[in-house]
Design a protein around this ligand. Sequence first.
Ligand SMILES: [Zn+2]
Length: 51
Amino acid sequence: MVKQDSKNGNSVFVCEACGFAYREQAWAEKCQAWCAKHKSCNVLITRHAVQ
Ligand SMILES: [Zn+2]
């Protein structure tokens, strides 16, 4: 499960595997699924992360 959090007043979804935060839940879920399976990050996914 991705974790819902807030950053600077915006709600974000956090991948619990790597800690990257996303504005869209769909990206956080993709990241989480990738991280759990590959034990690494996919730059095509993490580029969508909130800085
Ligand atoms: Zn991740």
